[in-house]
Write a protein that binds this ligand. Structure first.
Ligand code: ADP
Ligand code: MG
Length: 361
């Protein structure tokens, strides 16, 4: 039963004078009770700093972190009731699996008068490691060790679960099965969770909502579907999944459509898009929009243009083809690339409603 809130949180590391950009800049976010919330963004964008600030390992330079409306500023990490899992599992090598899982229970009694051994067994069962309590960590695989770390974080029933790139040391297949397990465990326990990753697929697959971060700031917070289909900024459009971004100028608007010129070609977008009301005359308004690879099709006869193909990759279910159109890099998702199209052109089109207009050009 915990809602997490960050309000105006900024963090500037370091000592000296003017040592450059802030690691976090005015971060506002609310994680709802029981929600699986992900911070995603490229390396260095401030994800770990945000997580450490929530856990209390770092103090914000500005702003407030609160749990259920109660400010955590000045509250030590061990008094915040958070469970943390890091990329490096951080298991105690000289302790058995069971001792590792039970570690936090020395400081905090198991819930509901459960005995420590019973609680440890419960947790091992939850993470599918029944009967492995007597082993040493070095007798487990990476995925199993990370599940022990998860069980250890969960044993004292924290109010909040924080995970910082917990799967990045694991291979792809293991990551996928572990993320399904994590999702199941999180929704069974209904524990408020903040998950950090640089992997956008993982973020889309796991989250109820996610925050896309760039350079210490939040670009957008929304559900995976909204982030994917309605990115607000160019950064979000390009960071989450493959995308095609076009920069153009509005030529005309009427009730049916908005006509946009891109490199001398006119495209029809839905009516009313990109109009922010501030410019009194929109004739020359600049506009950026994106179209997902899957929405660019040979079969659509609107908004057609010819792409010079450069390379293509077989992806099993489809072929990804990469090329250029008027210096705009283009990614296509095709059923197949025909022999005649290789190192040549393929003409595709898109429906106006599949174009999504971005803010801020
Ligand atoms: P991420 O987890 O998204 O990769 P971090 O939160 O680790 O990003 O880092 C954000 C920024 O803060 C980076 O520019 C990083 O170099 C800087 N930074 C992180 N930790 C420290 C630190 N302890 N001292 C100084 N700068 C730091
Ligand atoms: Mg990090």
């Amino acid at each position: 039963m915990t809602e997490l809130r960050l309000e105006g949180v900024s963090k500037r590391y370091g000592t000296g004078r003017d040592d450059g950009a802030a690691a976090l800049q005015d971060v506002d976010l609310t994680v709802r009770d029981g929600e699986f919330f992900t911070l995603v963004g490229p390396s260095g964008c401030g994800k770990t700093t945000t997580l450490r600030t929530i856990a209390g390992f770092e103090a914000p330079s500005k702003g407030v972190v609160s749990f259920d409306g109660e400010s955590m500023i000045g509250v030590a990490p061990e008094r915040r009731d958070v469970g943390v899992v890091f990329q490096s599992y951080g298991l105690f090598p000289h302790m058995t699996v069971a001792e590792n899982v039970g570690y936090g229970l020395q400081f905090r009694e198991p819930p509901d008068g459960t005995g420590v051994d019973e609680r440890v067994d419960e947790l091992l069962e939850l993470v599918d490691l029944e009967g492995m309590g007597g082993r040493n960590p070095d007798q487990l695989s990476g995925g199993q060790q990370q599940r022990v770390a998860l069980a250890r974080a969960l044993a004292p029933e924290p109010d909040l679960l924080l995970l910082d790139e917990p799967m990045s040391a694991l291979d792809a297949r293991l990551r996928e099965s572990l993320r399904r397990q994590l999702k199941r465990i999180q929704s069974t326990l209904e524990i408020t969770t903040v998950y950090v990753t640089h992997d956008q697929d993982e973020a889309l697959a796991l989250s109820d909502r996610l925050a896309v971060m760039n350079d210490g700031e939040i670009e957008q917070i929304a559900t995976p579907r909204t982030i994917y289909h309605e990115p607000e900024t160019r950064f979000v459009a390009e960071f989450v999944g493959d995308n095609n971004v076009f920069d153009g100028t509005v030529r005309a608007r009427d009730a049916e459509r908005t006509r946009v010129d891109v490199a001398g070609t006119t495209f029809d977008l839905p009516p009313g898009v990109g109009f922010d009301g501030s410019a009194q005359e929109q004739e020359r308004e600049r506009i950026s929009f994106c179209v997902r690879p899957a929405d660019l099709s040979r079969a659509v006869d609107q908004n057609r243009f010819a792409v010079n193909l450069e390379t293509s990759e077989f992806r099993g279910e489809s072929v990804r083809a990469y090329g250029q159109w008027n210096d705009v890099p283009i990614v296509l998702q095709l059923g197949e690339v025909l022999e005649s199209e290789k190192d040549a052109t393929v003409t595709v089109g898109f429906a106006p409603e599949d174009a999504h207009v971005l803010n801020g050009g």
